[in-house]
Ligand binder design. Structure first.
Ligand code: ADP
Ligand code: MG
Length: 264
């Protein structure tokens, strides 16, 4: 098997400048910036030319991917902080790690399914929703995060516009729409209708993740007491869905619990 010979000597500065200009002309700015360092590493490590090239283009490729993720995270509106790496599965045994890892692959998003994260305050609904959003962005799936109040504000603003004209709205066209904190405030009838319109537009077109402190049986009451509308919304949400009802303890209150236990 023939093996290409190592890069023999360091290149003359003028050659390096010309190569750098060529890389910049091809919009490979990161590779251009890393050229001298990668080249001297290549000489040091006795790399053959294909390995040198792979390393140089790897710098460009990794840099692009990082910058894509950074930009997409910024555009998504996802709060900074929660990730799957910082979720303590041991604290919340009701949540199976394997199930969350499966969801983190994003296949349910590609299949336009729904995910409902239900449970009382503090059990990690927002943390998991955001962490799954971050995982989706990392896999190249466009993601948008709204608290329900902000979403309803946007929907009210667009209320008179036909859905066909709303295709460029992020809440319409993201692969994954995360709607957090549904149920803290009851919906007005108008808001419930706007929410229905959104859910039915996205049905089988995009994935939706909803977090709520209200169990499904309480949704009709939450949705302005309109049972028909609630049934229509739930029908679409539950058609192809993952439902995680989290019954565990509040993570927010764990320190308080510990303090009280110590005093008892
Ligand atoms: P919820 O949305 O269910 O009210 P959050 O996801 O906001 O709860 O959780 C409350 C706080 O506790 C957040 O700061 C969150 O990051 C943290 N938290 C909740 N559950 C866990 C967990 N299992 N591991 C690590 N942090 C958690
Ligand atoms: Mg929350």
């Amino acid at each position: 098997m023939s093996r290409s010979s190592p890069i023999p000597t360091s290149a003359a500065p003028a050659d390096l400048d010309a190569l750098r200009a060529l890389l910049i002309g091809l919009r490979l700015d990161r590779a251009a910036a890393a050229l001298a360092a990668v080249l001297s590493d290549a000489v040091r490590d006795d790399l053959n030319p294909p390995d040198f090239l792979r390393r140089l283009l790897g710098v460009e490729s990794d840099g692009r991917e990082e910058s894509r993720i950074r930009t997409s995270l910024k555009l998504s509106g996802l709060p900074l902080g929660p990730t799957l790496a910082t979720f303590d599965f041991a604290f919340q045994p009701a949540i199976e790690r394997s199930r969350i890892e499966m969801l983190a692959t994003g296949q349910w998003i590609r299949d336009n399914q729904s995910l409902l994260l239900l449970g009382p305050p503090g059990v990690g609904k927002t943390h998991l929703a955001v962490a799954l959003g971050v995982a989706a962005v990392e896999r190249g799936l466009s993601t948008t995060y709204f608290r329900i109040e902000e979403l309803l504000h946007a929907l009210r603003h667009d209320a008179r516009t036909p859905p066909a004209h709303l295709r460029r709205r992020k809440y319409m066209n993201s692969a994954l729409l995360i709607v957090d904190e549904v149920g803290f405030e009851p919906f007005s009838r108008e808001d419930a209708n706007l929410f229905f319109r959104l859910v039915s537009y996205r049905y089988q077109r995009g994935a939706i993740c909803i977090t709520s402190n209200k169990a499904i049986r309480d949704w009709p009451e939450m949705l302005a007491g309109d049972e028909t509308l609630a049934a229509a919304i739930l029908d679409r949400l539950l058609h192809a869905s993952h439902v995680l009802a989290i019954k565990g303890r509040s993570y927010r209150l764990r320190d308080l619990e510990a303090t009280l236990a110590a005093r008892a």
